[in-house]
Design a protein around this ligand. Sequence first.
Ligand SMILES: Nc1ncnc2c1ncn2[C@@H]1O[C@H](COP(=O)(O)OP(=O)(O)OP(=O)(O)O)[C@@H](O)[C@H]1O
Ligand SMILES: [Mg+2]
Length: 585
Amino acid sequence: MEKKQNILWKYIIKYKTKYLIGVVAVVVIDYIQLIIPLIIRDITNGLTDKSLDENTLFSKLFLILIIGLSISVLRYMWRYFIFGTSRIIEDDIRKDFYSHLQKMTQSFFNKNKTGDLMAYETNDIGAIRMMTGPGILMGLDALLLTVFTIFQMMTQISVKLTLFSIMPLPFIAIGSLLLGREMRKRFKEKQEAFAYMSDIVQENISGIRVIKAFVQEGFESFEFAKVNKKNYEKNMKVVMLYALMFPMAMFISGVSITAVLGYGGYLTILGQLSIGEFVAFIQYLLVLVWPMIAFGWCINIMSQGSASLSRLQELFDIEPDIFDDTEHIEFDKTMQGEISLNKLDFAYSVEGEKVLKNLEAVIKKGETIGIVGKTGSGKTTLANLLLRLYNPPKGSVYLDGRDILDIPVAELRNSIAYVPQDNFLFSDTILNNIAFINPDTDKEVIYEVAKKAEVHEEVLEFPKGYQTIIGEKGVTLSGGQRQRISIARAFAKQAPILILDDALSAIDTKTEEALLGNLKEIRKGKTTIVISHRISTIQGMDKIIVMDQGEIKEIGKHEELLMLEGLYYEITQKQMLEKELLDKD
Ligand SMILES: Nc1ncnc2c1ncn2[C@@H]1O[C@H](COP(=O)(O)OP(=O)(O)OP(=O)(O)O)[C@@H](O)[C@H]1O
Ligand SMILES: [Mg+2]
């Protein structure tokens, strides 16, 4: 695989013109601000030997003013072009990161936790922004200023004095490099601690009901305190190092200024340096203090940014394991919905155990199929494969005679409506949840599918009806209501294939019967797969697949399967017995 382009360069090159304008502004500022000490030198010398008249004095002062004004304008430009562009890049990276996440498959989200991904989205991208804006600007400014100032000091004043005064610079550079390396390490640890903490918070909030039900608040708070403390410690390690940089730079520059004052004064006394030159030299030295501080600052920002960048780059380098070979996606309107399984074996990971073993089955167009089996027998896994949430092996799953690996993912998924076992709903209105496939769906159509899903009447009873918001900020629905809204959402899709994964488990038998009647009606001529634990749900289906430990044990109609007196018969007997016991109570 070819090495992917570093994401940062991609963006910087994209906005090169803006950066270039900003850089030109920095160069000009750094050059013209060094003219001021020279003017002051001339004024001082003129005043000392009394050769300066009023007019020349005022024209020189006027020049200083003009330079000051230009610097202000240019400073505005560099801020606008460099800081502004870093905000644009931040925005771009966010968007790209988000769409990258959307491309990732189930297995990626099993590995990468939500809190971790949130930390990338906030902290790491923020650190990269600091690098592409203030980081670049400071670094460039400090570098140019140092080079220009040293050049001016050497050519305009005294080579000897300059060499003497810049002696500490190499030490500062080496120190900065060492500190920078340490900073990068500490910052990476800090980001990891933050990501871990976000994850704990996210998980605890989503799982708050379980925590409360098991009265684990105290324990969880205790655990959180530990994670929080770790985050604090990692932060402190960064702060301590950073705190060291600034005073150190100040101290070193203070020492060198004092030394130069001594040596420069001595040269002036000897008459090798004019008073004006001495004054200008001190000014240049003061100019040099800022780059020293900026270097420390810049190294800090750059190390944080590059630590974040490498974290993010790793994520961007992950290729989705399910993608389309073909760019061109055409939706097949003539999809029949005939599914066939050919010796289907499947394991979630290479080293993992097989969870589906040698499945053979044909589901014809328009058939309604029931799948039963104990928990863990592989029912959901089969649905996952049909949707290609995971890839089945080549040549084992066919749709309309085409290997599903050869069907573009979008086309495949567009032809399947699916109610997942956890029937996830968004924190949005009921209407929008049902109209998820197309927000412009006609209201009448939504009401119709809700009626077919036997939930319409109940929705109307909510104070806000279909505009009721589900979730945190809105009403809490019962399990059965959630299931039926999810079913309505799937009905609204009108796809050639419909899969209900345990989607009727929380619905009472009477409502279920009505719903199944509606299902037959609206799915007439289209393929439907109903996964269930309850025999009563699937007994009327055209064909029933009985699964056990990843294998298909029996296939047939209800009556045929009963006659076999095998697994299906056993489950039926057990459930009848349970029902009788319940009815007695
Ligand atoms: N993402 C996954 N990674 C690894 N193993 C998995 C994954 N999902 C499920 N399994 C395993 O695959 C097997 C089949 O699980 P599956 O969810 O398909 O069962 P199921 O028949 O749908 O069960 P249930 O009736 O409880 O929903 C189980 O042993 C389970 O532990
Ligand atoms: Mg399941």
